[in-house]
Write a protein that binds this ligand. Structure first.
Ligand SMILES: C[S@@+](CC[C@H](N)C(=O)[O-])C[C@H]1O[C@@H](n2cnc3c(N)ncnc32)[C@H](O)[C@@H]1O
Length: 274
């Protein structure tokens, strides 16, 4: 899709689903795993002191609002380029009755964040969650990473949860082993080409500390094993998908990435060089 069609896609979902989780994902169980993975990364900061956190491509605000309840000393800003996502995020925030000003949402494009008038100059940690895959060339994804990195304090962090062509290919091998056809990404997404993204990080002043595959068990079950016994159909609400989510969240505390590189999303934890 071209950039205009991708923008229209997100406008439509924001218009159709508003404050509901469905505005940004079809998979509620994956969202639980994403939040768990993000919380474990934020938890590596000094949680007894204040820290400024920014989510780029915040959708209707569910990540920032949820994390703000766990990290009471942190301030959260979220930006999204769709006005209606931002107003839905504000509506979700109003529901919490948090009037502290600790959480703020703004309209803005990742490619222009450096000149955004309302954002802070620098953040302790910036994260993305399935945002950069909506930029339709590796060059734009790299440009976005450079722009984001320029707003991270020296020694601060970038955490990207983005879909990877590498792990997606591994997941498709699981399907093929079970006699299923490979899946193809949604047309509004360009999954990370890890060779290009990893090679770009140093020029953005970033060092990749770690990757984490936090959803492999869940995704093998959701996208391979359940379809294999269910006429090829994906069942987002199958009880074993819920059980895999619960088990993955419990084990992640002691065995992160225990189930191999088969997840739809991969977490990239980077540090801004001083
Ligand atoms: C898959 S949704 C994820 C939303 C949120 N991060 C979450 O995890 O719930 C992707 C979001 O990225 C936003 N987005 C896509 N391209 C963007 C851009 N160039 N600048 C800012 N936001 C963008 C979309 O509007 C959408 O809300």
């Amino acid at each position: 899709m071209d950039s205009k069609q991708i923008f229209e896609h997100w406008s439509n979902w924001a218009e159709t689903y508003g404050t509901n989780l469905r505005a940004t994902t079809k998979t509620g169980t994956a969202k639980l795993l994403e939040l768990d993975a993000l919380a474990r990364r934020l938890g590596l900061l000094n949680t007894t002191e204040s820290a400024d956190i920014l989510e780029v491509g915040c959708g209707n605000g569910i990540n920032c609002i949820s994390l703000s309840k766990q990290f009471l000393n942190f301030n959260f800003d979220g930006i999204d380029y769709i006005d209606k996502m931002v107003s839905a995020a504000q509506d979700n925030l109003n529901e919490t009755q948090d009037t502290s000003d600790r959480i703020r949402f703004f309209q803005g494009n990742v490619l222009e964040i450096k000149t955004h008038p309302a954002l802070k100059k620098e953040y302790d940690l910036i994260f993305t969650n399935r945002c950069l895959i909506n930029l339709n060339s590796p060059e734009l994804q790299q440009q976005a990473i450079t722009a984001i990195a320029s707003m991270i304090k020296p020694g601060g962090y970038l955490v990207m949860i983005e879909n990877s062509q590498t792990t997606y290919a591994e997941q498709n091998k699981c399907r093929e082993a079970l006699g299923l056809t490979p899946r193809t990404p949604a047309e509004f997404n360009l999954f990370f080409d890890e060779t290009l993204i990893r090679a770009h990080l140093p020029s953005a002043g970033l060092s990749l500390l770690e990757t984490e595959d936090f959803s492999s068990l869940h995704d093998i079950i959701l996208y391979a094993l359940v379809p294999a016994i269910n006429d090829g159909k994906i069942d987002y609400d199958h009880p074993i998908v819920h059980a895999a989510t619960q088990l993955s969240r419990t084990l992640a505390a002691t065995h992160p990435g225990a189930f191999g590189p088969f997840g739809q999303n991969r977490l990239f934890h980077c540090q801004k060089l001083s």
